[in-house]
Design a protein around this ligand. Structure first.
Ligand code: GDP
Ligand code: MN
Length: 466
């Protein structure tokens, strides 16, 4: 939208929009307060839900204001549910919002985020996708670092050697699960630094250092259980906000996947308020995108260095998506440039939008498609620029796929979850230079060519080595 259209649209929406509500002022830090990798924001909002959630997802309060001092170096965040009082029409599900007029905008020239009409996490907890990724990717380009849609994980092998990796998967492709994985192989330990966003910068020694800018986890609830993610289950046992989940009559929560954890016969109220919900209704008890919002500090496998202001050293970067066919469990790129191509050509199966039939494999470069703050060509140039800088210890780049399916049965070929430590074991070995890989250039190139011919041509023109 042109800047003048935006000014007009905001001018139509904001005057009087908080009437009758309380306006809250939230000073918050993305990243540990005072870390050279951290950034400060101040959000205005008329939603107590946002205040309570931001209290979990960010470091907020007086300490932040103190650290900011007289500086004006902060991101200005403005949010309204767009629903002044008295209401002009009744609320649906007690959820104030204004879907007809929803507008989420980022104004990099003014370091500003302005969001109207939505209470949804990504649109209203402005520290997360809006700041840490969209505006963050712009700040990162300006200042020479990386703001990415990546989990951060520490892996200790049976010999006691620890390495950290960062992994970018599109939404609903397993970041939170991998970040908290419980290894099935004896002797391995994995610890979580972050489950969604990584801010990374090369330090003076040329080591890529990563922090998790967030303070909590805003995870998808359905599918979370003691079988799939016991660490998440332990994390959400207290001090947690649940959104759009079902409730049990004994005061608990319920969603698809929690059948074993829920006492038989206890009545369930669905997320839409339907009492005595049963599976036979054919409708899910919880919204498929229902969420938990929970303090990272409560995670039993939180990494001891997760709040280290220096960040943790990253040895490898992993890309991945849902690829039912043709993409192996794991492969390694030949070098940084090739790794950038692997990230750029990331694709994943998405639930079909209305105009498509069935499930479709969509492009989601770097798992950042919804979150790029600027031109993707410039983003690629930024990533490629690190190859040319002297003395950087560039991480190795891999691609994984937990979601390959058997053509006959349609079942996943790989058990996933805790068993993914078998794949993670291979990554540090390759970083150590162990000879445990086979080169498969031709089949890979053929497939890449068929999938991404335009992109290959584009890169080849300037870089014959790729
Ligand atoms: P995020 O949105 O990227 O954080 O993804 P989540 O970790 O919340 O997982 C999204 C969905 O993928 C959930 O339904 C998980 O149960 C499922 N999932 C995660 N990891 C695996 C895996 O290794 N194998 C399989 N088959 N499913 C997985
Ligand atoms: Mn997640």
């Amino acid at each position: 939208m042109s800047p003048s259209d935006l000014e007009k649209a905001l001018g139509e929406r904001f005057p009087g929009c908080m009437k009758g509500r309380t306006m809250y002022v939230i000073p918050f830090s993305m990243g540990p307060i005072g870390s050279p990798l951290s950034k400060i924001g101040i959000q205005l909002t008329d939603s107590p839900y946002v205040v309570a959630s931001m209290r979990i997802m960010t470091r907020m309060g007086a300490d932040v204001l103190q650290s900011l001092g007289a500086s004006a170096d902060f991101i200005r965040c403005l949010h309204s549910v767009g629903c002044p009082l008295p209401l002009s029409k009744p609320l649906v599900n007690n959820w104030p919002c204004n879907p007809e007029k929803t507008l989420v905008s980022h104004i990099p020239e003014r370091n500003e985020i302005v969001s109207f009409g939505s209470g949804y996490g990504g649109n209203s907890l402005l520290g997360k996708k809006c700041f840490a990724l969209r505006l963050g990717s712009i700040l990162a380009k300006r200042e020479g670092w990386l703001a990415e849609h990546m989990l951060i994980l520490g892996i200790t092998n049976p010999q006691g050697v620890k390495r950290y990796v960062a992994a970018a998967f599109p939404s609903a492709c397993g970041k939170t699960n991998l970040a908290m994985l419980t290894p099935t192989l004896p002797g391995y330990k994995t610890e979580c630094v972050g489950d969604d966003i990584a801010w990374m910068r090369f330090d003076e020694q040329g080591v890529l250092r990563a922090i998790n800018p967030e303070f909590g986890f805003f995870g998808v609830a359905p599918g979370t259980s003691n079988q799939t993610n016991p660490s998440a289950m332990a994390t959400i046992a207290k001090n947690t906000i649940f959104t759009n989940v079902a409730k049990t009559a004994d005061g608990g929560v319920f969603w698809e996947g929690l059948e074993k954890e829920t006492p038989a016969g206890v009545p369930i109220t669905s997320w839409l308020g339907q009492e005595n919900w049963t599976k036979e209704s054919g409708k899910p008890a919880a919204h498929p995108n229902s969420r938990f919002c929970t303090p990272a500090s409560q995670c039993p496998v939180i990494d001891p260095l997760w709040e280290d202001p220096k960040g943790v050293p990253i040895s490898a970067i992993i890309f991945g998506g849902r690829r039912p066919e043709g993409v192996p469990l794991i492969y390694e790129s030949f070098n940084w440039e090739h790794g950038v191509m692997v990230g750029a050509s990331l694709r994943s199966e998405a639930t079909a939008a209305a105009e498509h039939k069935g499930k479709v494999i969509m492009h989601d470069p770097f798992a950042m498609r919804p979150f790029f703050g600027y031109n993707f060509g410039h983003y690629l140039a930024h990533w490629l620029s690190f190859q040319k800088k002297a003395n950087l210890q560039l991480p190795k780049i891999f691609h994984v796929n937990w979601f390959r399916k058997d053509a006959q049965s349609g079942e996943f070929l790989w058990p996933g979850f805790g068993e993914n430590c078998r794949v993670l074991d291979w990554v540090p070995r390759r970083c150590d230079g162990q000879d445990v890989a086979q080169v498969r250039v031709l089949s890979y190139c053929k497939r890449a060519f068929l999938n991404h011919s335009n992109f290959i041509f584009f890169l080849n023109r300037n870089r014959p080595s790729v």
